[in-house]
Write a protein that binds this ligand. Structure first.
Ligand SMILES: Cc1ncc(COP(=O)(O)O)c(C=O)c1O
Length: 347
């Protein structure tokens, strides 16, 4: 009844975080300011939930395109950027998906659902992406599609502009530059958009994770092709109306992102001073760190949970991520709770 390879997969696991300081999923800790809540709710009250949502979403695409100086035709909307990753993997020519390793797990997972082979190119020490090796693997494996998370999850670093440009310019097949962490990074790569090069974004990390809204920016011809595998009405009416309302208040979210970046630097500084911790520079809203000198990632993770702090244990992925953990930047209070617990556990 069900394919053997699907049977052997584990379902995507989301741990229970009830009552915990939740620093495991790269969410914005601040939430919608009280001053906006009433007008937001009012803007939703007129939604016709008896009708299907706007299928074309021209106005929403126009508004999102406008943020980047692009027209609505350059924008494809997804139910989260995961939805667009799936569309891309469905629509690309048959052939392998090539990704750096480690990177965002959904590229690999969705490829497997779709029976698309995956070739991984291991990152060097310090999570450096070797341009030559990456291009060699793409050419040897006859890559149909490649994903570059810029900055990368879970490593948090942003590869040099030359690396990304060189890969984007030397591959003829689909190149997806995933900028999920754009609000926290020093640069974008939208100028690299070309016939075969797309930029992927999401509003999730900016504070709208619960709305599920992601988008691709690309050449209208390419966007029109990918749009053919988009499920009709993939963005529900409440999300569409919320997004149109919230786009008028982007200053609120930009300020929150600036605060998160400041908190990231504070936490980075504090963690750098810990004896048993190696913390890696980040251009995202999380920090990857490795424990050592007798400390074990699994034990630290469990002990943090006992203290009511949930982060993400990356140790099971092994390789470069051996003894690594990932913590999302929370509010100042949440970060302090995490830091104090970590210090106590490592003492
Ligand atoms: C690199 C990267 N891309 C895409 C996503 C998916 O984001 P969403 O589906 O919430 O838009 C994530 C989420 O963690 C991510 O880290």
């Amino acid at each position: 009844m069900i394919r053997g390879d699907i049977r052997s997969l584990a379902a995507y696991h989301v741990p229970d975080s009830t009552g915990m300081v939740k620093l495991d999923a790269m969410e914005n800790p601040y939430g919608l300011p009280t001053s906006l809540r009433a007008s937001w709710a009012k803007s939703l009250a007129g939604t016709h939930i008896n009708r299907y949502p706007d299928a074309d979403m021209y106005e929403l695409r126009r508004r999102i395109g406008e943020l980047e100086g692009l027209s609505a035709d350059h924008v494809l909307l997804g139910n989260g950027s995961d939805d667009i990753i799936q569309m891309l993997l469905m629509a690309a020519e048959p052939g392998p998906c090539v990704v750096p390793e480690p990177t965002f797990v959904m590229y690999n997972l969705i490829s497997r659902w779709l029976k698309r082979p995956v070739a991984s190119v291991p990152l060097d020490r310090d999570f450096v992406l070797n341009t030559k090796s990456f291009l060699n693997v793409c050419s040897r494996e006859k890559a149909a599609i490649t994903f570059l998370a810029c900055p990368n999850n879970p490593t948090g670093n942003l590869w040099p502009r030359e690396t990304i440009e060189s890969i984007a310019r030397n591959i003829r097949d689909l190149v997806v530059i995933d900028e999920a962490y754009r609000p926290f990074a020093e640069r974008t790569h939208t100028d690299l958009i070309a016939e075969n090069v797309l930029v992927l974004r999401t509003f999730s990390k900016l504070g709208w994770a619960g709305l599920r809204l992601g988008y691709a920016l690309g050449d209208p011809e390419l966007i029109a092709q990918i749009n053919k595998v988009r499920l009709p009405y993939n963005i529900n009416s409440l999300t569409q109306h919320s997004a149109l309302f919230l786009l008028d208040h982007m200053d609120v979210f930009d300020k929150q992102a600036a605060k998160i970046k400041k908190e990231r630097e504070l936490l980075f500084g504090a963690m750098s001073g810990l004896d048993k911790v190696e913390v890696f520079p980040s251009q995202t809203n999380f920090l990857l760190f490795r424990v050592g000198k007798g400390a074990e990632a699994n034990a630290v993770f469990e002990a943090l949970k006992q203290c009511g702090v949930l982060i993400k244990n990356m140790h099971s992925q092994n390789g470069l991520l051996a003894q690594c953990l990932r913590v999302t930047i929370g509010s100042s209070e949440e970060n302090k709770r995490f830091l104090n617990a970590l210090k106590e556990i490592l003492a």
